[in-house]
Design a protein around this ligand. Structure first.
Ligand code: NAD
Ligand code: GLY
Length: 362
């Protein structure tokens, strides 16, 4: 049965981190006059970090959310290829040129690339200034804007340079998804599917029923998918902020996915597309039964996401996977499934099976 869940006007989920706790506010029409960001600023000055695609769509609206403050802005070049230390340096240059102080707040307006760079700049500038996430892609709304992971890529690996730095608030206006290209929407659905696979099989069932509505951009279905994803992420982050253990389950499919992105060259496959193929490789490595594997594959295909990795080569993939941040004492660790809806992080996996999975993709 297909069903939808009515959303209240605004939904607030708290990320419980003691004195660094913060709300995730979800609603339609929050940009512009819909939500006052001023109480979350460190002072009366802010720098909006956006990019050349998103700023023309939403910068004016964000200005209304911080009405009365002194606002500067910088637009970064668009794309994963620009998630670099050099781009971050351009944000530092802007902060210095604006004479930004410790009471300046950075507002990240954009997808995960903008959010990761802006958050990293906020973590470093003057050893840490306040920042706010205003995510505008589905992927950023359900994942990258929550939890305080910030950073950039290194030529040798994805997200290798970074810091944990929590935002003061995450403001999710689901109306921004109206302008998101279809391919980006589907990439975001990969991370949504991830939450069902690792933590909530009931949600996975809801996704199976509602995938057509999500692809048709039904506002209630999208709002519920964002809400449930953020609830799961908030719970995992609150339990393990710095990824000492459990948080690494959020990386389900990412060890393979990051390697695909790295080996192909950033931007060829979107992050979510690489994660989709990576989740199926990880599910296979988990040794879940064929029924569960087929169920996950069907859902990924229903979201029009890749269910097979590109032909990269097992050796190249293994070398890239060796740069994964979960590697400890030179041993790979994977987020694997006990069953759909339940995941764990482990260095105990079947090496022969891993090689077979990687070789099957050659
Ligand atoms: P992205 O930031 O590149 O955005 C995708 C594209 O959509 C870009 O061209 C962007 O300009 C455009 N765009 C953004 N919002 C739009 C809108 N509302 N309307 C029209 N166009 C819009 O990609 P992404 O998928 O948002 O993020 C991927 C990045 O997030 C990767 O670098 C990944 O490593 C990172 N990430 C970080 C975390 C974390 O915890 N920090 C988690 C997951 C992913
Ligand atoms: N996206 C993985 C994490 O935030 O831990």
């Amino acid at each position: 049965m297909r069903y939808s869940i009515r959303m209240p006007t605004n939904r607030i989920i708290n990320v419980e981190l003691g004195d660094r706790s913060y709300p995730i506010v979800i609603g339609r029409g929050l940009l512009g006059g819909g939500f006052d960001l001023q109480p979350y600023l460190a002072g009366s000055e802010c720098l909006v970090v956006s990019n050349e695609t998103v700023a023309p769509l939403y910068l004016d609206k964000v200005m209304v959310n911080v009405h009365g403050c002194s606002v500067e802005s910088i637009n970064l070049p668009d794309g994963e290829a620009f998630k670099t230390i050099e781009t971050t340096a351009s944000v530092f240059d802007k902060l210095v040129a604006s004479k930004a102080n410790r009471d300046t707040t950075i507002i990240a307006l954009g997808g995960g690339v903008v959010g990761d760079i802006a958050g990293f700049a906020a973590a470093c500038y003057m050893r840490g200034i306040a920042f706010i996430q205003v995510p505008t892609t589905l992927l950023a709304q359900v994942d990258s804007s929550v939890g305080g992971k910030t950073g950039v890529n290194h030529p040798q690996g994805k997200n290798l340079i970074g810091a944990f730095h929590q935002p003061r608030v995450v403001l999710i206006d689901t109306a921004t998804l109206d302008t998101l290209p279809d391919r980006e929407l589907k990439a975001g659905l990969a991370e949504v599917i991830k939450y069902g696979a690792i933590a909530d099989v009931t949600f996975l069932g809801w996704l199976e029923q509602n995938m057509p509505a999500l692809l048709e951009r039904d506002p209630d279905a999208l709002a519920y998918a964002v809400q449930r994803s953020c609830e799961i992420k908030a719970e995992v982050v609150a339990a393990d902020e710095r990824e000492a253990g459990r948080r690494a389950i959020l990386n389900f499919g990412h060890t393979f996915g990051h390697a695909i992105e790295h080996c192909q060259g950033y931007g060829k496959w979107l992050h979510g597309e690489a994660v989709a193929a990576g989740m199926l490789m990880a599910a296979e490595l988990s040794g879940v039964g064929s029924v569960e594997l087929s169920r996950l594959r069907r859902l990924i295909r229903a979201a029009d996401l890749p269910s097979r990795p590109p032909a990269i080569g097992a050796q190249k993939m293994l070398a890239a996977m060796g740069m994964d941040k979960k590697v400890l004492r030179k041993t790979l660790r994977f987020a694997l499934l006990h069953r759909l809806g339940e995941a764990t992080v482990t260095s105990e996996y079947d090496e022969t099976l891993l090689r077979r999975i990687l070789e099957a993709a050659d």
